[in-house]
Design a protein around this ligand. Structure first.
Ligand SMILES: [Zn+2]
Length: 422
């Protein structure tokens, strides 16, 4: 600013000096051209020349604006179009996030029309379409290095939707090998590898997912426990008892509240002659989760025990977590077998109060019959049993079918880690 003012002051000074100098030296100029004659003074001539220069400059500028006009006009239109395209793209993403798929589809179409680079709209387009259309858009993303993992994850999910697990596994593994950190890719790949029985690969996926900070905490430990459990099974099938024990204990340590891990570790320890340790494994898990499989596993540690010793064994375990229906039901059953009628009745009544079930009503019928020979009362309980709800069981969260026993993959639909006790 100051520099401009200085320049202006210097120029104005020079102009004033020049004007004064010219005015002091009037002189005359005569122009003759084609029969014309102009007589004037030097200052007037200089002023006329200045005016001419300014006029020519203005004319040149005007001509420039007219000639360069269409280009600038088109560039402006293009910028406006791109801007509208970006707006449609971001609005479409927002509509998708809000669950308005119709609006998202409309905006995706508009963004596709307005933006020259179709790879920008591929993700939105893929998400608002289904089937072959979505596949085409994800394919386009998969072809560009910057968006390859995103595209492969989308193609994996599509393959899963179509029930093609082999294709999904191949696509997920490709995305993973590119160093993908997309949300859910690690878990999807792990589940697919586990479902295909590729436990060693599943194990390295977990190690890598931990390194990429995609899985951590209880989730990671639970998956590590599943891997160890599967490898314990494999070692058992191979007749390698030492490895089976090792893997089973690893599984229990990784996830101490995973009931099947405690059951397997206890059985393996028992086979290795470490029954005390087996008892403490079951006790540790029972303290957190009262589950009938743990009672069964505890009783299996001494199959030849007398009925009274079985009562003592179950009492010792239940004492650590005594208030649930499961503990009362277990105590009632062993007390009934030991003919401890009063104890059996107390625990049955408590268990029925907490969670009535057909199994408990059948035990009550047995009690009436064995203790008092009361067939009428027994029949009443059996009538109640017929109308009671289903017993809790390992049930698949995906296909809702019950399984006879826990398994890593649902025996009905093959979903990994889907069985819950309910
Ligand atoms: Zn299932």
């Amino acid at each position: 600013m100051i520099r401009r003012l200085l320049t202006f002051a210097v120029l104005a000074g020079l102009l004033v000096a020049a004007t004064v100098w010219l005015a002091d030296r009037p002189g005359s100029v005569t122009l003759r051209w084609e029969g014309w004659r102009v007589d004037t003074t030097v200052p007037v001539l200089v002023l006329a020349m200045l005016a001419l220069m300014i006029a020519v400059n203005a004319l040149l500028r005007l001509a420039g604006a007219v000639v360069g006009g269409p280009g600038r006009f088109l560039a402006g239109r293009r910028a406006k179009r791109t801007q509208a395209g970006y707006r449609a793209l971001s609005d479409g993403m927002a509509a998708l996030a809000a669950g308005d798929s119709r609006q998202a589809r409309k905006l995706a179409k508009r963004a596709d029309r307005l933006l020259a680079d179709s790879s920008l709209t591929a993700l939105l387009s893929a998400q608002v379409h289904s089937g072959a259309d979505a596949e085409r858009h994800y394919q386009r993303l998969a072809e560009r290095p910057e968006t390859a993992v995103l595209g492969l994850k989308g193609l994996t999910d599509l393959a899963l939707k179509q029930g093609d697990k082999a294709k999904a596994l191949e696509l997920a593994a490709r995305g993973w090998s590119l160093g993908g950190t997309t949300d859910g890719l690690a878990a999807t790949l792990f589940d697919l590898q586990a479902g295909a029985g590729q436990w060693i690969e599943a194990d390295s996926t977990l190690t890598e997912a931990k390194r990429r900070k995609l899985l951590s905490g209880a989730d990671l430990l639970h998956r590590q426990a599943l891997v160890a459990l599967a490898r314990a099974d494999q070692a058992e099938r191979d007749g390698n008892a030492a490895a089976a024990l090792d893997f089973a204990q690893t599984a229990h340590r990784a996830d101490p509240i995973l009931v099947p891990a405690a059951v397997k570790a206890a059985a393996a320890l028992h086979r290795a002659g470490k029954t005390r340790k087996a008892e403490s494994v079951l006790a540790a898990t029972w303290e957190a989760v009262a589950h009938p499989d743990l009672i069964e596993a505890a009783l299996a540690l001494a199959p030849k025990e007398s009925p009274l010793d079985r009562v003592k064994r179950v009492e010792k375990l239940v004492r650590l977590n005594p208030d649930g229906a499961c503990g009362h039901a277990a105590l009632a059953e062993v007390a009934l077998a030991a003919k401890l009628w009063g104890q059996a009745r107390t625990h049955l009544e408590k268990a029925v109060e907490l969670r009535p079930s057909a199994g408990l009503y059948i035990l009550l019928a047995r009690l009436e019959r064995e203790e008092k020979g009361d067939e009428a009362a027994a029949r009443d309980w059996l009538m109640k049993a017929a109308g009671a709800g289903a017993e809790p069981a390992w049930t698949c969260q995906v296909c809702a079918k019950p399984a006879d026993s826990w398994a890593i993959a649902c025996p009905a639909c093959g979903a990994v880690d889907s069985l819950v006790w309910r």
